[in-house]
Design a protein around this ligand. Structure first.
Ligand SMILES: Cc1ncc(COP(=O)(O)O)c(C=O)c1O
Length: 380
């Protein structure tokens, strides 16, 4: 195949595809003179709650704030432990530390790479207050098992759904088996705005009210305050998100088709391909393969003009300086997490990726594994 360039993101293509509607929405906000806490945010929250099938949606400034403010609103803080994973974006644990609580890391499942639910029981102590599963790469964690454990030990469950809007579990929806769901709308997410944004989805009206207060300097009524923070989702971002929310299901469908195509094209390669348990609706925020010589493959793809990235090559507990004097606990071993960190590679996958780009990328991965075979080294 002739050489082409394959980027990792389709942000500008996405904007061009929706240009008239997005430009119109931005223009209307600019002309309205209301740029924070206005009608766009209210309508977006209504539409998002409807889309997620929950009673409430509260817009905030980022996915990190969504997690942190939810912990604060639910009374998770100093003296409490929160069970989560180390193979996630840093913000999951950062928000636990910001709330003053201690993250407790359990290993990930070798197949799904989500929290290994068989390891959660051993992590529970009298200080445990919550479980924070991360729906990594767009695949929902085993929420049925997590909810069972949480009920048995009277724990809160907060879903880190930054990567998985639109995903489905086997017989459960996101938000159905937890206290709250945290979303991120940073541009590279499956629903992304032009900057930072986030939201909390919940069926708990009191939690939603606390969050509305916390995000606005502890104020629900002009001039009346308690201590909160400034974490508002502004009108421009809300207006853009309203346009894009209508596309999320179609985009998820395209992502699933692209993942199937990669799966078919790479079926005979010895690499580890993404695993979806039966009944789950994966939304492929990322298409992540695993391979022993990950750095070699990444460099080869780069030499062919293809950008492949790593999510996440350094797990949280492996970061330099961890845990920065804040405290953290590791349960048993994080062997699967560490093995994944050394092996993961994300191939370009996004709704705007062309078929030619996808096939070119798959062909390059195949040539690399074949060239290793030719010199007697087997890619795995
Ligand atoms: C799993 C996960 N949690 C939390 C976040 C934090 O979201 P934000 O960047 O919007 O603060 C992100 C993404 O950035 C993420 O991928």
């Amino acid at each position: 195949m002739a050489e082409i360039k394959v980027g990792f993101y389709g942000h500008v293509r996405q904007y061009h595809n929706l240009r008239a509607e997005i430009d119109g929405a931005i223009h209307d906000v600019l002309e309205s003179g209301t740029y924070v806490q206005g009608p766009q945010l209210a309508k977006f929250e209504e539409e998002l709650a409807l889309y997620m099938g929950t009673k409430e949606a509260v817009g905030v400034n980022s996915g990190t704030d969504a997690l942190w403010l939810t912990f604060v609103a639910l009374g998770i803080g100093p003296g409490h432990e929160v069970i989560t994973v180390s193979n996630t974006f840093f913000a999951t644990a950062e928000a636990i530390w910001l709330a003053g609580a201690t993250p407790v890391f359990v290993d990930s499942d070798p197949k799904t790479r989500n929290i290994d639910v068989r390891k959660i029981d051993a992590a529970i102590t009298p200080r445990t207050k919550a479980i924070v599963p991360v729906h990594l790469y767009g695949l929902t964690a085993d929420m049925a098992a997590i909810a069972r454990i949480a009920r048995a030990h009277n724990l809160l469950v907060i879903e880190d759904c930054a990567q998985a809007i639109g995903a489905r579990g086997d017989h459960f929806a996101i938000g159905e088996l937890s206290d709250a769901v945290c979303l991120s709308f940073i541009i590279q997410k499956n629903l992304g705005c032009f900057g930072d944004g986030g939201a909390v989805i919940t069926n708990n009206k009191d939690l939603a009210t606390s969050l509305r207060k916390l995000r606005n300097h502890g104020s629900l009524k002009r001039s009346y305050h308690s201590i909160g923070y400034n974490s508002r989702l502004d009108e421009l971002q809300a207006a853009v998100l309203r346009v894009k929310l209508k596309q999320v299901d179609a985009w998820s469908e395209l992502r699933r088709k692209q993942a199937s195509e990669y799966n078919a094209l790479l079926a005979n390669s010895p690499l580890t391909l993404p695993h979806t348990p039966p009944g789950y609706g994966h939304v492929y925020h990322l298409y992540v393969i695993e391979c022993d010589d990950r750095d070699g493959l990444q460099a080869y793809l780069s030499s062919r003009g293809i950008v492949a990235l790593t999510h996440y090559p350094i797990a949280i507990h492996q970061q330099e300086g961890f845990p920065w004097g804040r405290g953290a606990r590791i349960v048993d071993s994080l062997a699967v997490t560490e093995q994944s960190a050394a092996r993961v590679l994300s191939l370009p996958l996004y709704p705007e990726l062309t078929r030619q780009e996808l096939q070119y990328t798959a062909e390059a991965v195949q040539s690399w594994t074949e060239s290793l075979n030719a010199i007697g080294q087997r890619a795995r």
